[in-house]
Design a protein. Structure first.
Length: 250
């Protein structure tokens, strides 16, 4: 490994460590702030994601990547009762925060919680029919490493669904969303959680995130097929859906 590549690897791991630590600090406030800061719309957005994530025949294996406090995981398990769900997140405190949601509903036999990096998934090749990630792909650097793992783990024709905020570089709702993103979100998050850096990070990563066309190009370049986007709530959030190739390219 060259010195340049070693420095790049160290940079990636340093970023991952900082983000992991940040989510550990705010894990107990995470659910409350999600609902409060979105005026409850985040529940609707997740329901749309889960509705579109139906595996073939409503059965099989679904992986919830960057599962956080397991809201999407629980919704998937409740809707698709013939599936098993693997919830993956690199922050153990986040998964622990959501553990009671699994036990209260008696879902332990169908839901597994795994602490792992999205760039290195401890899952077999072609072992899942569907993978979801809600508001988490922004935290994986570089995203291309996560895409490669998703392509490896999904079976041919499997679906990858990304629920993510629209790019803060586009004017949404005549700029009202941008005002909220740049000022109100960091301020409210800091007041409630006491963690200024965490919610400034959130605003910064939303602002830097690619718009729907650029993200579609990323996914196609990574090797996905049939990429499309469903805008939600005036484009505040987008649901991106991509399929893995159904057959090897010859």
């Amino acid at each position: 490994m060259t010195e340049e590549s070693l420095q790049e690897a160290e940079r990636k791991e340093s970023h991952a460590g900082r983000v992991r630590s940040m989510f550990g600090r705010i894990s107990r406030w995470y659910d409350f702030l999600n609902h409060f800061l979105s005026l409850g719309l985040d529940i609707h957005w997740r329901k749309v994601l889960v509705r579109e994530a139906e595996p073939p025949g409503g059965r099989g294996h679904i992986v919830d990547l960057a599962a956080g406090t397991l809201d999407v995981t629980v919704m998937l398990a409740k809707r698709y009762q013939a599936t098993r769900i693997t919830a993956v997140d690199f922050s153990k405190p986040m998964l622990d925060q959501g553990a009671s949601k699994i036990s209260k509903r008696g879902l332990e036999k169908r839901v597994s919680r795994v602490v792992a990096d999205g760039r290195r998934l401890p899952l077999a090749d072609g072992s899942a029919q569907c993978m979801t990630v809600a508001f988490g792909i922004r935290n994986i650097v570089p995203r291309q490493d996560a895409y490669a793992e998703v392509l490896r783990v999904l079976e041919p024709g499997g679906q990858f669904l990304i629920l993510e905020f629209g790019s803060g570089r586009k004017r949404i709702l005549r700029g009202i969303y941008n005002l909220y993103l740049n000022y109100l979100l960091p301020l409210t998050g800091r007041i409630v959680s006491g963690d200024k850096a965490a919610y400034q990070y959130l605003a910064d990563t939303i602002r830097a995130f690619p718009d729907e066309r650029a993200l579609a190009r990323e996914l196609l370049d990574a090797g996905f097929e049939t990429v499309y986007c469903l805008p939600l709530s005036w484009g505040i959030v987008n649901l991106h859906i991509a399929e893995t190739p159904r057959r090897a390219k010859g």
